[in-house]
Design a protein around this ligand. Sequence first.
Ligand SMILES: C[S@@+](CC[C@H](N)C(=O)[O-])C[C@H]1O[C@@H](n2cnc3c(N)ncnc32)[C@H](O)[C@@H]1O
Length: 195
Amino acid sequence: MTEDHYFTAQPASADERRTIRVSLAGRDVEVETAPGIFSPGHVDLGTQVLLRAVPEPRGRVLDIGCGWGPIALEAALRGASSVTAVDVNERALDLLRRNAARLGAEVDASVPGDVPADATFDTIWSNPPIRIGKDALHDLLATWLPRLAPGGEAYLVVQKNLGADSLARWIADQGWGAVEKIGSSKGFRVLRVSA
Ligand SMILES: C[S@@+](CC[C@H](N)C(=O)[O-])C[C@H]1O[C@@H](n2cnc3c(N)ncnc32)[C@H](O)[C@@H]1O
C-alpha cells in the first residue's frame, strides 16, 4: 500500500482542487489547494507564526518545502527581488504555480534538483518538513543553508515539541552562521541563522 504523506512526489489521493480564502501579506486572497499536500485548508499555524516574525524579505528569497505556497507567495507580495520555491510534492508545486499566476506574483517553483547548483540566496524562509525524520531533515538543511550568501539570513519555524531546541544546537554546530531564537509563540519557535 502506498502511504500518502504530504511529502509524497505524486499523492495518491484524488486531485480535487478547491479554493480557500486566506490572508497573505496583509491582503485577503483566494488560493487553490488540494488533498495530498500539507495544510490544504488554511495557512498552517507554524507558518503564520513565521510570517509574523520575519522582517521584510531581502533580495533573493528561497522557500524550502513550499507546499501550496503561503511563504513563497507572501515573500513575492512583500517585494522580494526574486522568489525560488522547492518541494518534492509535484501537486504542491503545480498549485503554487497556479496560485502565483492568480495573484500576479513571480515565483520560480521547482523540484530541488532543478535549482542551479550555484544559485545562492539572501534570505531563506521555511517551515521545514520535520516529519521526514532527523537524518533527512539534516540532509535537507545541509543542502540549502550553505547557499546563503554572505550576510544572508535564514528564518525557520519549528514546533517546540518536535525538537526546535536540539535542531538549533545542531545547526549552530555546523558552522553555517550564528543561530538565534528570535520568537516563540503558540508552541513554535522561530530560528534565525545569520551567515
Ligand atoms: C511543513 S510543510 C510546509 C509547507 C508550506 N511551506 C506551508 O507553510 O504550508 C513542509 C513541506 O516540505 C516538503 N518537503 C518534504 N521533503 C522535502 C525535500 N526533501 N525537499 C523539499 N521539500 C520537501 C513537503 O512536501 C511539504 O510541502
